[in-house]
Design a protein around this ligand. Structure first.
Ligand code: NAD
Length: 490
């Protein structure tokens, strides 16, 4: 751990000196107003560095740079775009340790997960690099009098707004397909975790990305974020964050008719039937809520467990949860680090009292760890019902709410009785039931007898309050590109 902390200091030294700057038209710059805000580490609340606090003026400059760079980037041979995106992936791999260390310190996420997240970022670039040459492919749809052909063109400069949970990986997930499609980008990262977005941007320009193709404006959501969603030169907004922010963005973008793509919140059920492989179900249920600090949109934060096995399953769960290692994010043994920020820590720990008031049992955890930083003990609520706030609201921490059910019908009713619909996890060895249940479960993504395993060609996204649109495979291009039809008289 001591080694890692010393290494971290070498990576952070330059940020401590210059702060995190914006990048507009290929130039590193402070906010036009000179304003800054501070990013702190949730490990000990210490200052990491100052960050440029961009506002509408900086967004305007970045949008103009993205507009100017657009025609040349759009018209560049797709094979050239492919080469540059692969070089970005190479750059990420080369700096994976720096990215992981900075992300751990900025977000509180444990190193064991963040070192993988950095490499997943590289994979996102490689995947979309390889898809770039086929992005414009269309169809021939001949009619008796016309040869109709379709093609796709990039929509133009786009805005990308990302949240603070796994910020590096999520930024690559949104920006790689935009660049592969031929769009230019203005990125507004989350104010709680700005450091790795800056590193990513530098890697991209070092890889030969032309100036202005990717611009970075740091700032607050209600200032820089809002201005980005309202800017007339920005044709679409790819947003990842809370459902209520999605609603705001839709309103803000209405005047300029923005196309929007939303990856929003979740309160995802993991449903365990008594005929399931309970050892595997237990491992997966634990992994899906207690990894990444539970600050994960796809986390299985509601456990629906059949009453015939509930007592034993919950007892085993309690035992395992009490043994999860909470600690310094740069300690390779740590499973749960501190939550992102004091504000979020207050929100998550506030649910301990809500659970008590609602009459649930705190079967494990339910308290902070130590007196410094944003550390909480992994927590399990039992004796809950689906009407309780702890069952309905996205807590976004290492907190699991267990609800018992009797029949399959009851499990389905509880699973669907929620505003969200991002993911679902079903554990049963009855194939017919799995088919029946997944067909009726209201979620954009469902895994049967598996935790969440991402496969990049598959569609990623949610229904209900969990999102609009899909990412992954060709779905990403549908968002970043416009279909065009041309009919030739024959
Ligand atoms: P958030 O909505 O508070 O912030 C996300 C981003 O939006 C930040 O960059 C913020 O500055 C910006 N923003 C805030 N107000 C804005 C406004 N009025 N206009 C424009 N931009 C604005 O979300 P968060 O707390 O950073 O992230 C956690 C949330 O993200 C959780 O709800 C989680 O489920 C969700 N999330 C969803 C997915 C998914 O794929 N569905 C993935 C990761 C996170």
């Amino acid at each position: 751990l001591q080694n890692n902390i010393e290494k971290l200091e070498t990576y952070l030294a330059r940020f401590r000196e210059t702060g995190v700057l914006n990048q507009i038209g290929g130039k590193a710059c402070p906010a036009a107003s000179g304003a800054t805000f501070e990013t702190t580490s949730p490990v000990d609340d210490s200052l990491i560095c100052k960050v440029a606090r961009g506002d509408a003026a900086d967004i305007d400059a970045a949008a103009r740079a993205a507009k100017e760079a657009f025609p040349a980037w759009r018209d560049l041979a797709a094979t050239e775009r492919k080469k540059i995106l692969h070089k970005i992936a190479d750059g990420i791999v080369a700096r994976a340790e720096e990215i992981a260390f900075c992300e751990c310190w900025d977000t509180g996420q444990a190193l064991r997960f963040m070192s993988k997240a950095a490499l997943r970022g590289a994979e996102n670039f490689r995947f979309f690099a390889d898809k770039a040459p086929g992005a414009r492919d269309g169809q021939a749809l001949p009619s008796p009098t016309l040869m109709n052909v379709t093609t796709r063109l990039p929509i133009g400069p786009v805005g990308v707004i990302t949240p603070w949970n796994t910020p590096f990986m999520l930024s690559t997930w949104k920006i790689a397909p935009a660049l592969a499609a031929g769009c230019t980008v203005v990125h507004k990262p989350a104010e709680f975790s700005p450091v790795t977005a800056r590193i990513l941007m530098e890697i991209a320009e070092e890889a030969g990305l032309p100036k202005g193709v990717w611009n970075l404006v740091n700032g607050l959501g209600e200032e820089a974020g809002k201005a980005l969603t309202e800017h007339p030169d920005i044709k679409a907004i790819a947003f990842v964050g809370e459902s209520r922010t999605g609603s705001m963005i839709m309103r803000q973008g209405a005047e300029t008719l923005k196309r929007v793509h939303f990856e929003l919140g979740g309160k995802n059920p993991v449903i365990v039937f008594d005929d399931a492989d309970l050892d595997r179900a237990l491992d997966a249920a634990i992994f899906m809520i207690y990894s990444l600090n539970g600050e994960r949109c796809t986390s299985s934060s509601r456990l629906l467990v059949q009453d015939t096995i509930a007592e034993e399953f919950e007892a085993r769960l309690i035992d395992r949860v009490n043994n999860i290692k909470v600690g310094h994010p740069l300690d390779p043994k740590t499973e749960i680090g501190p939550l992102i920020h004091k504000t979020h820590f207050d929100k998550v720990t506030g649910y301990f009292e809500i659970a008590r008031q609602d009459g649930a049992t705190i079967a494990a955890g339910g308290s902070r760890v130590g007196t410094e930083g944003c550390f909480v003990r992994p927590t399990l609520f039992t004796g809950a019902n689906n009407a309780m706030k702890i069952a309905q609201e996205e807590i976004f921490g290492p907190v699991l709410t267990s609800i018992r059910f009797g029949s399959e019908e009851e499990a389905l009713r509880i699973a669907n009785d929620i505003p969200y619909g991002l993911t679902g996890y079903v554990w049963t060895n009855d194939l017919t039931r799995a088919l029946r249940f997944t067909n009726a479960l209201e979620a954009g993504m469902i895994w049967v007898n598996s935790e969440n395993v991402r496969h990049l060609p598959t569609p990623f996204g949610g229904v209900k309050a969990s999102g609009i649109g899909r990412d992954g495979g060709d779905w990403s291009f549908e968002f970043y590109m416009e279909q065009k039809h041309i009919g030739f008289a024959t």
